[in-house]
Write a protein that binds this ligand. Structure first.
Ligand code: ATP
Ligand code: MG
Length: 435
């Protein structure tokens, strides 16, 4: 992307309505634009990150054996009456009437709809287990939308739903998603900690919230230090074999949000291992047994002909919230420091003297070396403006080309995360950026 032609509406001033760093930085970097309270348009830079985050979520869901579908945003009230949640859900649900005066709603979650869809297909025990998911916009009429995309009213969620024949199977599905979540967040450069959680309006009796630590988090959290030092990708390289040891490690160390905090259990944690901090919830998994299958009449025939009511679980990830959460965990005074895996572009090529034949040629070669993964700052702006914008937008690498360097065949490469700078030949710079 050439900045001279890009739609990147950055802000010069720090927006006063934004209370936390990620919200300020997303507005300043031109990633999002608020269109109504808690509702945002995603601009090119923000959309690229949202798509990268979605892609990692999708890859891990697929690898864990879930299958993607796409359910609509608008649902009929009828479905929600079957589960009894239409009246329970309260003011957070956006209720709509169509021209025939039929009651509709903008889905805040999809347990009812997915159970209804699955019901039309599942006949026998051979149709189970299954796990199906989608990545779709949700609407919850939050009383206090704030912190930008972190607590929006319209937000993008990945929600998966598992169907199993029995308790054992359902626990296995739960463990699969548990590990999928650990891996998904680790791939984004986040240390997410699963914590015992309340089940809230989803219902059920087993649930974990996944939180990352951040000063601006809305929940107080208490956890055992070992959990922060655990290498997820090494311990759970794939979904084969028994996942219980990985899950057991996490569930055997204390970790709770303030809602579930237990002083007596906390006192058992050695003082030098106690970490109390604040956290942001980025995912939430539930096992709720037959709550929806029983209410909505989902049954399959077992091997001996008796009817079985499947056991279910649901598994949510706040995809749009993650974009803000990743920034909360990776920024400094100058701007964002994107982890490589979710960066909108891998490298920014900064031409310090637009129109200088040597600079232009070298920048073009750098830019061409990273098709669709480089931004080229080819604007006729001062060097300082280019440096500031590149720091603000947080590309992992900056390749800086000035007339002196270009004449000597050198590029100055800066790693945004550490600030480290090295001077390299064009070929070495390209190799270094490729990693
Ligand atoms: P919270 O406690 O933060 O209100 P929740 O427990 O109501 O969230 P879940 O029903 O567990 O939310 O939804 C799954 C995930 O969707 C959450 O873990 C979170 O990452 C995300 N999410 C929920 N509400 C919002 C929101 N208003 N804006 C952005 N993301 C959200
Ligand atoms: Mg939750």
């Amino acid at each position: 992307m050439r900045l001279s032609r890009a739609f990147l509406p950055t802000l010069k001033e720090t927006p006063t309505e934004a209370q936390i760093a990620s919200h300020r930085l997303m507005l300043r970097a031109g990633m999002i634009r608020q269109t109504a309270a808690g509702i945002y348009a995603w601009l090119p830079l923000g959309l690229r990150v949202l798509q990268k985050v979605s892609a990692i979520v999708r890859e891990e869901q697929d690898a864990a054996g879930a299958q993607e579908i796409l359910m609509p945003t608008i649902q009929s009230a009828e479905l929600w009456r079957e589960s009894g949640r239409y009246d329970d859900y309260g003011k957070e649900m956006l209720r709509i009437r169509d021209r025939h005066d039929r009651e509709m709603l903008f889905g805040p979650t999809n347990e009812e709809m997915v159970t209804d869809i699955f019901k039309t297909y599942a006949r026998s025990y051979r149709d189970l287990p299954r796990n199906i998911y989608h990545i779709q916009w949700k609407f919850r009429d939050e009383i206090r939308p704030r912190f930008g995309v972190m607590r929006g009213r319209e937000f993008l969620m990945k929600d998966a739903y598992s169907f199993d024949l029995d308790y054992e199977g359902a626990q296995k599905s739960y463990r699969q998603m548990f590990v999928a979540y650990l891996r998904t967040f680790a791939r984004m450069g986040l240390k997410a900690i699963p914590m015992q959680a309340d089940t809230g309006p989803i219902g059920g009796n087993l649930s974990h919230e996944f939180l990352i630590l951040a000063e601006t988090g809305e929940s107080g959290v208490f956890l055992h230090k070992d959990l922060l030092e655990f290498d997820v990708m090494a311990a759970a390289p794939d979904y084969n074999g028994d996942l219980s040891p990985t899950v057991d490690f996490w569930t055997s160390r204390y970790a709770a949000t303030d809602e579930k905090h237990d002083e007596a259990a906390w006192a058992q944690v050695p003082a030098d291992k106690q970490v109390s901090a604040r956290g942001i919830e980025i995912g939430h998994i539930f096992y709720f047994g037959t709550k929806y299958s029983a209410a909505m009449g989902l049954k399959v025939s077992g091997p001996d002909g008796t009817m079985i009511t499947p056991e279910m679980g649901s598994y949510g990830i706040g995809v749009s919230r993650l974009v803000g959460a990743i920034i909360e965990a990776n920024h400094d005074e100058s701007g964002i420091k994107w982890p490589d895996a979710v960066a909108p572009f891998r490298v920014a090529v900064l031409n310090l003297k637009q129109g200088d034949a040597g600079c232009d040629a070298m920048c073009q070669r750098l830019y061409d070396a990273f098709p669709d993964d480089a931004v080229y700052d080819d604007r006729s702006e001062r060097a300082g403006v280019k440096f500031n914008d590149a720091d603000l937008m947080g590309y992992p690498w900056q390749a800086v080309v000035g007339p002196r360097g270009a004449a000597a065949g050198k590029v100055e490469l800066k790693r945004r995360a550490t600030g480290e700078k090295v001077e390299l030949s064009l070929e070495d710079a390209i190799a270094r950026i490729r990693g």
